[in-house]
Design a binder for this molecule. Structure first.
Ligand SMILES: *Cc1c(COP(=O)(O)O)cnc(C)c1O
Length: 370
């Protein structure tokens, strides 16, 4: 029998039957974008679900990063992590800001707060950390450094939808947090994203900036961009929000099975849940210790691929290795030893709400049998 291909992720889709009445209503209203009915509904629903005061919807998860930097008028140098999706650093480049890479912490894969201070110069204006795999950064430590040096903090929280620490949303940390609602994420609006801030004035400025800077029919208050989410995707988002908790629980069950089996496999390391954190199980990275496991990361990755199990080497290569950034002083591998070690050993296993018990068994068999 042919194996079915097991993909690393699979989009959470609302049922078409449920979606049709929404489409009919949008057709009736003939208001397709520009802060329409469903756009407003989704902003309200997400504020409640995520327990954040203000949220602005965007058409993807990269524009909120770019707009956050514009909103806070960030210039000069920004301290960030090389271990992320490339959009994190691209958002700095698009604002003419010099990224300064700081190494990561081995346990969380997040920026190592203890290495931030050494990278601060008179030109540093902000820190842009990432809650990698949805694991919260050391937000307290990062904030104390930011306060000491008068820096802003913008979290790329693309992986951290719904993640809470000690009962509180991690999305309220720092000055702003961004989300991605791309099809591959825990919660999706096909393409989409959001910017979370803590006061009404800031929300107003964000909303101007995502709509060309329009503050009225004839008034432009800033050189804005077009980052608006449309009504169709906002309605789709409302429906997906109703089932995201069930999807996260299904992911948690997969994580439990993975951990139980992988504990017995020498040379395969993985992350445990963090105390006090409610996770969203957005990714399940494993780290291959080639010497103990008897096979390199790439050998295992391609062996899985041959058997139609598609993992992803997330995040490899590091952002600091891409041609745009590799010439930077802070991109030198000697400056980023931990990030290199992690990037060279990681495979994200398939992780989504629709993985069956059999799928998980098949994946684990390949990894255990080497
Ligand atoms: C997905 C992602 C983004 C970008 O989101 P898009 O919606 O694809 O533009 C940014 N940062 C991180 C860490 C991501 O994983």
């Amino acid at each position: 029998m042919e194996n079915k291909v097991i993909t690393v992720t699979s989009p959470l889709l609302p049922s078409l039957d449920d979606f049709m009445p929404y489409l009919q209503d949008i057709w009736n209203r003939k208001w397709l974008t520009n802060n329409g009915h469903y756009h407003q509904e989704l902003e309200k629903a997400l504020c409640e679900y995520l327990e954040v005061p203000y949220i602005s919807l965007f058409t993807n998860g990269t524009l909120p990063l770019i707009v956050a930097l514009q909103t806070l008028r960030i210039t000069g140098e920004v301290i960030t992590t090389p271990y992320s999706f490339v959009a994190t650093t691209h958002s700095l480049w698009w604002n003419g800001i010099k990224p300064v890479f700081v190494d990561i912490d081995l346990d969380t894969c997040n920026i190592d707060p203890e290495k931030i201070e050494a990278a601060i110069t008179p030109k540093t204006t902000a820190i842009m950390p990432v809650h990698v795999y949805g694991k919260p950064c050391n937000m307290e430590r990062i904030q104390s450094i930011a306060d000491k040096y008068g820096l802003k903090v913008i979290y790329d929280a693309a992986h951290a939808f719904g993640v809470k620490m000690n009962g509180k949303s991690v999305l309220n940390a720092g000055d702003m947090s961004t989300l991605s609602f791309h099809a591959t994420k825990v919660y999706n609006t096909v393409e989409g994203g959001a910017l979370i801030c803590h006061d009404e004035k800031m929300k107003k400025r964000i909303d101007y900036l995502k709509n060309f800077g329009f503050a009225g029919e004839t008034e432009i208050v800033a050189p804005g961009i077009n980052g608006k989410m449309d009504e169709i995707r906002a309605a789709y988002g409302l429906l997906n929000l109703k089932q995201v908790d069930v999807a996260i629980e299904a992911r948690r069950q997969v994580a439990i099975r993975y951990r139980e089996a992988l504990r017995k496999v020498s040379g395969i390391n993985f992350m445990e849940d963090m105390p006090g954190v409610s996770h969203n199980y957005s990714y399940f990275p494993i780290f291959v210790d080639a010497r103990k496991y008897g096979m390199t990361r790439d050998e295992l990755y391609f062996k899985m691929k041959e058997q139609d199990v598609l993992g992803r080497r997330y995040f490899y290569p590091l952002i600091s290795e891409f041609s745009t950034y590799r010439g930077l002083e802070s991109a030198r591998p000697e400056n980023l030893p931990v990030a290199h070690k992690v990037a060279d050993s990681v495979i994200c296993l398939p992780m989504h709400h629709a993985l069956s018990v059999d799928d998980v068994r098949r994946i684990l068999e390949i990894i255990a049998k080497n």
